[in-house]
Design a protein around this ligand. Structure first.
Ligand SMILES: [Zn+2]
Length: 291
């Protein structure tokens, strides 16, 4: 299949290396492209785009939201990402290496490195050149635009999307008691509407086969350009945005050793409940902290 993210490379190599390459191709069945790519990745320590995740979405569904790792630890594994905080206290947005918390009162603060998180997904963002997204009228159309940029359904993708949004609707989960299931927490979430606001969407696309580990499909968190408002994305509309995309072929999951994770029953598939919680509309409508 033609992959527009791959580019040709021509170079001169010694005859002995060429013979070794042919021998490897013959014995392993790999293409020369694959052998050269693997050798260069190894030599240059490049190209291993890794998604780093703490805990599982299934654990979050079950109400395991005791802080497992510090924000300091998260920043060592990525400069772009999303997640939540101890007891689901708001929405995490990590952009340009800075970690922000969007609280259920609509306020945003840059969090201290000592704050803790029960669930987060990050990457050290090294995107392809930016792509202009044309006008779209809602989040489903945004997904279609981004689908057209994906070359496979079987790897992960990270996104940073910047520009002027005509409309954005977000939510921010309120802090809950220990053990509260995600769906119950999401039922109490306030929503926020923004009009004609500059900002950034940070997020990921994940394959369906990881549905017990992470949120399948698209998952975005929003932050305004002035970093004063944001939340988990429910809907948006824009005329033109700039998208930066990185394909991720490695997944690293750090599992919590907190008492609540160790004791939780994670044996059943909570993906339907997760899907409901991710898309659920709140029962309260709040004005954003700023116009
Ligand atoms: Zn979210």
């Amino acid at each position: 299949m033609y992959d527009p993210t791959m580019v040709p490379l021509a170079c001169r190599i010694p005859e002995t290396i060429r013979r070794a390459l042919d021998e490897r191709r013959r014995t392993s069945g790999e293409t020369i492209d694959a052998i050269v790519e693997a050798a260069l990745v190894e030599h240059l320590q490049a190209g291993w785009s890794t998604l780093f995740q703490v805990s599982t979405a299934g654990a979050l569904v079950e109400g395991v939201h005791e802080g497992a790792v510090s924000v300091h630890f998260l920043k060592q594994h990525g400069d772009l990402g999303l997640g939540t905080f101890t007891n689901l206290d708001g929405e995490m947005v990590v952009v340009d290496g800075r970690c922000y918390q969007v609280r259920s009162d609509g306020s945003v603060r840059e969090v201290d490195d000592a704050e803790r998180s029960p669930y987060a997904v990050l990457t050290r963002f090294n995107p392809e050149p930016p792509v202009e997204l044309g006008a779209f009228a809602g989040v489903a159309e945004l997904h279609n635009r981004l689908n057209a940029l994906r070359t496979t359904d079987n790897l992960f993708y990270a996104y940073q999307i910047d520009g002027l949004f005509e409309f954005v609707r977000t939510r921010a989960v309120p802090k809950v008691e220990e053990g509260t299931r995600l769906l119950a927490a999401a039922a109490r979430q306030p929503e926020f509407d923004f009009h004609n606001v500059r900002g950034t969407l940070v997020g990921f696309w994940s394959p369906g086969y990881v549905k017990i580990l992470t949120v399948p499909g698209y998952h975005f968190h929003f932050l305004t350009e002035d970093r004063k408002a944001g939340g988990h994305l429910l809907d948006c509309r824009a005329r033109s945005l700039t998208a930066r995309v990185e394909r991720e072929a490695n997944l690293r999951v750090a599992l919590p050793e907190t008492p609540s994770f160790l004791k939780a029953d994670l044996s059943h598939d909570g993906s339907a409940e997760l899907d409901q919680a991710e898309k659920q509309k709140g029962d309260r409508k709040n004005e954003p902290a700023r116009p």
